[in-house]
Design a protein around this ligand. Structure first.
Ligand SMILES: [Zn+2]
Length: 266
């Protein structure tokens, strides 16, 4: 699933095509499972800016309109000069600058065409973006103290508090902070919250530099290229810990595959 670095990579790549005038909109026959608003009529409008909060992309159009796009499990946007010919292109916006296609084989992604005000309601449901300056040790400490009995790693997936995180990021944060994924939030110290924030920065920066993370058969960027972020992982899907060389253990927490290093993480 695309997490913050993958969504941000796509955002940056699409942004180079802006302003993008939409002359024509084409949708697939099965687009209904992705489009969550009945009206989808951005033709004639111009994409002026693309913003991101967590894993949600916000296309800012003129006329006070927004397209919100969540990539779900397997969604991506593709830039091209001619139609992609992709079987799973469900929304295609075209204009003088070419084609922007939303491709999503599994169709868990979703898209909204709404007013600025409605878009804000969606954005407000998300918590602090883990890549933003608001993601501070004080914030993390305060949130963890509110839910002392939750286990840290599954809780790090909660978008209402940690917008942009996902399974690989949460595992990597715990590893870099030296905390077992199953540790109760109430047992995380202030000092460790600083490590959580520093660990998050190192995961995100490392992954962004390499245009995101591609696991088997997964994510590609807006040019159809895979990301090399796997090189930056220390425990996720690894056999040996990238920090100490010890054996990485795999377990399941809240139904999600979870990796950790028993010697680095307490
Ligand atoms: Zn280790």
């Amino acid at each position: 699933m695309p997490e913050l670095p993958e969504v941000e990579t796509i955002r940056k790549q699409l942004s180079k095509k802006l302003p993008f005038e939409i002359s024509r909109v084409e949708t697939s026959e099965v687009v209904g499972s992705i489009l969550k608003t009945e009206d989808f009529s951005p033709q004639g409008l111009v994409i002026k800016k693309i913003k991101r909060k967590g894993k949600l992309l916000e296309f800012v159009l003129n006329d006070d309109k927004r397209i919100l796009s969540h990539l779900g499990m397997s969604g991506s946007w593709r830039i091209s000069n001619s139609p992609t010919g992709e079987k799973h292109a469900h929304v295609v916006l075209s204009g003088p600058k070419g084609y922007l296609s939303y491709i999503d084989p599994r169709r868990f992604g979703n898209m909204y065409f709404v007013s600025k005000l409605k878009a804000q309601l969606h954005l407000d449901r998300l918590g602090v973006d883990i890549g933003s300056p608001q993601f501070t040790p004080e914030y993390v400490y305060e949130v963890l103290k509110k839910f002392p009995n939750k286990q840290l790693k599954p809780f790090l997936l909660d978008q209402a508090y940690f917008a942009g995180s996902g399974n690989y990021i949460a595992c990597e944060i715990c590893a870099r902070a030296g905390i077992r994924p199953s540790r109760r939030c109430g047992k995380v110290t202030k000092k460790e919250c600083l490590k959580i924030v520093e660990g998050t920065k190192s995961v995100l920066t490392g992954s962004l530099k390499r245009n995101g993370m591609t696991f088997s058969g997964g994510y590609v960027d807006a040019f159809g290229e895979k990301g090399d972020g796997v090189e930056n992982l220390v425990v996720f899907a690894q056999k040996e810990c990238g920090l100490c060389g010890g054996i990485v253990k795999k377990t399941v927490l809240a139904q999600r595959g979870t990796y950790y290093c028993p010697s680095c993480q307490k």
